[in-house]
Design a protein around this ligand. Structure first.
Ligand SMILES: C[S@@+](CC[C@H](N)C(=O)[O-])C[C@H]1O[C@@H](n2cnc3c(N)ncnc32)[C@H](O)[C@@H]1O
Length: 427
């Protein structure tokens, strides 16, 4: 890889860590800006930027262990050069360590830090020499997790579970998609994808799911553009299965964008019934509408509706209400490196309160005898089990049918929580 690639990596990391950009946006911006890059170079830049951000909390520990100047006190350019180089030394074998050090030194000089090039060289060469001996003092550094989050989880999970989740977040999960069986059978899609050069296989216990590997750009797939499959994690597919809609059911999804779960439920209704999907803004509802159009499903409509505001027309109308609510997203930390650095403990409590407020409004839409499904993609008892417990305590006309927290590395798919409740037929 060229020094130019490394300069682009530096530019991208600075956009994220200094200017506060989201990592996927920063990466998209630079890859759009440098259109001339070859596919191999784009892949390298993406890998190093994503990996550096994902492992950052651990990389900083390593650098601090071998540098007199701590990461927090470093000039941003030097800090990002060191972080991305240490990521390569620790986790990529394509480039020899000596070349990584040389390129880092060259880049520091080019960026006007000639006086610090010896420092960069010294720190990186020491880390390269000592790398086999590096050990991590705790779960937070071992799995590149914020210390406050590990402490928070330790209230509810033992260290072994947290370690398993931490390892799962750092491993690359294959991309799972749900086959739109109204359009194509699973086996037929597998044959079609093979012809398109996409490697795919079925997932045990998830009849409509397939896993894709070695896929480079989804939009290139004709089947994807034709709406024959939809990108959806296994955990999220469980919502449709647990909701188990019956023929003719009327379903309201109160926080539905971009529409994954609602589309699944609409498909399970096999052309019968109706699904009303809502979200807060025109933009979000636009995303749902695009996905509905692509799916070819006709028993589903989308509209703007604030879930915190009662929709009088919907009171006692729904056989099933799906409340897949905004949450802290701790179950998908592996896919969202920004979240790890941004989320705070205060956010967790705020979200738990918002979820309670939404549930208190949307419960009214459930018919007597109907179901309320509450789900989140997080691992946090305050948002999950505690909220369900509070809801049931405040609403004796509802009872718990089932409840499960799915944990990454332990259950297939992302971390996820689903509670199914039922409204009593009378009283
Ligand atoms: C977890 S996501 C939903 C994912 C969706 N169920 C799916 O499967 O594709 C939560 C959604 O809640 C929406 N949201 C947040 N606050 C809301 C509110 N007050 N009313 C309606 N939707 C809201 C967000 O815009 C976001 O799209």
């Amino acid at each position: 890889m060229t020094n130019n690639d490394r300069e682009i990596i530096l530019e991208t990391l600075l956009m994220v860590t200094k200017e506060g950009a989201f990592s996927h946006q920063a990466l998209k911006n630079v890859l759009d800006k440098y259109q001339y890059l070859e596919k191999k170079e784009r892949a390298f830049i993406t890998k190093v930027v994503s990996g550096t951000l994902e492992f950052m909390l651990q990389l900083d520990y390593i650098i601090d262990s071998y540098s007199k100047v701590k990461v927090k006190k470093m000039k941003p350019v030097i800090r990002e050069i060191l972080r991305s180089s240490v990521f390569q030394i620790m986790y990529l074998d394509r480039v020899p360590d000596a070349a990584i050090c040389n390129e880092a030194v060259k880049l520091a000089k080019k960026k006007g830090f000639k006086s610090l090039s010896g420092f960069v060289n010294g720190v990186l060469r020491t880390i390269s020499r000592e790398k086999e001996k590096i050990s991590f003092p705790d779960l937070a550094t071992r799995y590149a997790l914020p210390q406050w989050l590990v402490t928070y989880w330790q209230q509810d999970y033992d260290s072994e579970v947290i370690a398993t989740m931490g390892a799962a977040f750092l491993s690359r999960a294959p991309l799972t998609v749900r086959v739109n069986e109204g359009k194509i059978a699973v086996d037929a899609l597998l044959t079609k994808l093979a012809k398109e050069g996409i490697t795919a296989r079925k997932v045990p216990d998830f009849p409509a799911a397939i896993e894709l590997t070695e896929i480079d750009y989804l939009e290139k797939s004709e089947s994807f553009r034709a709406g024959e499959f939809y990108v959806q994690d296994l955990s999220s597919m469980r919502v449709g299965v647990v909701a188990a809609p019956k023929e003719g059911d009327y379903v309201i999804d109160v926080c539905g964008a971009p529409g994954g779960k609602a589309l699944h439920v609409s498909e399970l209704l096999k052309g019968s019934g109706q699904v009303s999907v809502r979200d807060l803004t025109e933009y979000k509802v636009g995303l749902i509408k695009e996905n509905i159009a692509k799916s070819g499903l006709t028993n589903i409509q989308a509209r703007v509706q604030d879930a915190l505001v009662l929709d009088e027309q919907a009171v006692a109308q729904a056989d099933i209400v799906i409340a897949d609510l905004p949450c802290s997203g701790l179950g998908v930390l592996g896919r969202k490196p920004d979240l790890k650095r941004r989320i705070t403990e205060a956010d967790l409590s705020e979200l738990a309160t918002l979820q309670q407020e939404i549930l208190a409004v949307v419960k009214a839409y459930v018919k007597p005898g109907g179901k309320l499904l509450y789900s989140t993609c997080t691992i946090n008892k305050r948002e999950n089990e505690d909220n369900t417990g509070k809801f049931l305590a405040a609403n004796p006309d509802f009872s718990l049918v089932s409840e499960k927290q799915y944990l990454p590395g332990i259950d297939p798919g992302d971390g996820f929580y689903i509670a199914l409740m039922q409204r009593k037929t009378h009283g």
